[in-house]
Design a protein around this ligand. Sequence first.
Ligand code: PBG
Length: 325
Amino acid sequence: MAPVIRPRRLRTSPAMRRLVAENRLAPADLVLPVFVADGIDEPRPISSMPGVVQHSLDSVRAAADEAVRAGVGGVMVFGVPTPEDKDPTGSVGVAADGILNRALAELRADLGDTTVLMADTCLDEFTDHGHCGVLDEHGRVDNDATLDRYVEMAVAQADAGTHLVGPSGMMDGQVAAIRAGLDAAGHADVGILAYTAKYASAFYGPFREAVASSLSGDRRTYQQDSANRIEALRELRLDLDEGADIVMVKPAMSYLDIVRDVAEEADVPVAAYQISGEYSMITAAAERGWIDRDAAILESLLAIRRAGAGIVLTYWATEAAGWLR
Ligand code: PBG
């Protein structure tokens, strides 16, 4: 029996496949995360993320400039202080002369409004215990005391020139607290890219090296359990009610169902973060010749897009933007 209906007709040539493609990636959909470290003059390689570095203040400016020229939609900045500067409350993450705020100020001066600058608003890079918040007398992460710190941090980042703050600590009420704090400080125009559904993930492993994290233990009392889906929708409702401007799911590839769920419910833009472990897995397999690196990168990014994320944070943003132009 010869079939009458033949879906293969629409796959016959690259031109036909291009015409009928349901999803596309554009450079402007991609956001480049960068690490900037205090006290270094030359970029320092991150061994578990081949091709990614801790930048110096000079090299981060060059990397951001290159990304913007490649057409990426934004740059997300993480700060890496010197070990001596870490303390229990992450003070150097709030200080105007801390590495993150200095980098933000320089990048904003360089780039103005030609890109969207985003800041990681979280304490873990800056605390000596490596947790995303401050601890109470029992050593537990103190939600409400942490909120006060996040507000100070967000206001300092806004003062430094960030366009968006990115609270990534999964504290309850973080979006509402930061919104109120920014507004009270005259930063009504600074938006909140909320880490809405951030899961406790083994795939953050390489990031811990990237930011020289001091964490021992885990983040399971604040990040979500991988078993849960409904809980992400509850977090979404809260973040939307609290005033999130963009909502994010993280990690991306192991949580594409969550990206889809959030995309169906959210009436704000949805982002997804292709994290360090996702980068390193593809990089390692490609180094061994087991997969076609560039094809795997593009396929992974397109899958995140197809799941419903309009914005994709990826360490390949600049390179992929170059291919997509
Ligand atoms: C916490 C934070 C983490 C990442 C981004 N922000 C790590 C964590 O929660 O342990 C991970 C990013 C990545 O793995 O690429 N400030």
